[in-house]
Design a protein around this ligand. Sequence first.
Ligand code: SF4
Length: 256
Amino acid sequence: MARKTTRQSRKAAHKGKAAHVKSRKAQGKADAAAADGALPQWTTAEIEEAFRRFAAANPTPRGELQHINPFTLLVAVVLSAQATDAGVNKATPALFKLADTPEKMVKLGEARVRELIKTIGLYRTKARNVIALSRQLVAAHGGKVPHDRAALEALPGVGRKTANVVLNIAFGEPTIAVDTHIFRVGNRTGLAVGKTPLEVEMKLMQVVPERYRLHAHHWLILHGRYVCLARRPLCEKCLIADLCKWPTKTVNMPSS
Ligand code: SF4
């Protein structure tokens, strides 16, 4: 199926719909070279221009995980590890209808939670974590989601990325949660190169202009999810194609 997509892309390129689509191998090599820091640096003006365009195109971007309050957001993010937001959103309405607070979640119990989320990958571990973190919220935080990174990361099943999402969406902190999409976009474009999500996060926090930091997380995720796709980036539809440093773009646009 994936090979067919590449062939179709090449055909489109021959018809002039896209330009010179490189093979998957060439794209993979370009991604690896980018992660090794082979791409040119972005200038301050280019970074400013990229985020100006993201902001103009989507001034108030939103996360795609459905939630009702900070607690249901936290649970949804925990459930989304190694799963798609769409998959999580299919399961959570029924769960949150029964339990939208830590107290109700504890009362619902692990077996019932497991049953309600069984369509999501790793559901057994996730059900266990959801109950354990709910218990901890009740015992240590009066049933509230703490506005504190260390306290969030101390909850079962909650790592830095989850804490960043909650701090950003629930509390309006300008954090950048680096998931698989942001990791790829950061490295591939040359905007924020790093070997680990933490390195990419630190680089982004350093280069993204302050006024764009609150929404940068969403813009970059949406960009990676819908435009800068892992296997076949849609460079011909990309807002920042003229700024991006990736050498194997799928459109005739030299790297700047
Ligand atoms: S031009 Fe856009 S879609 Fe293509 S690799 Fe660069 S950021 Fe991704």
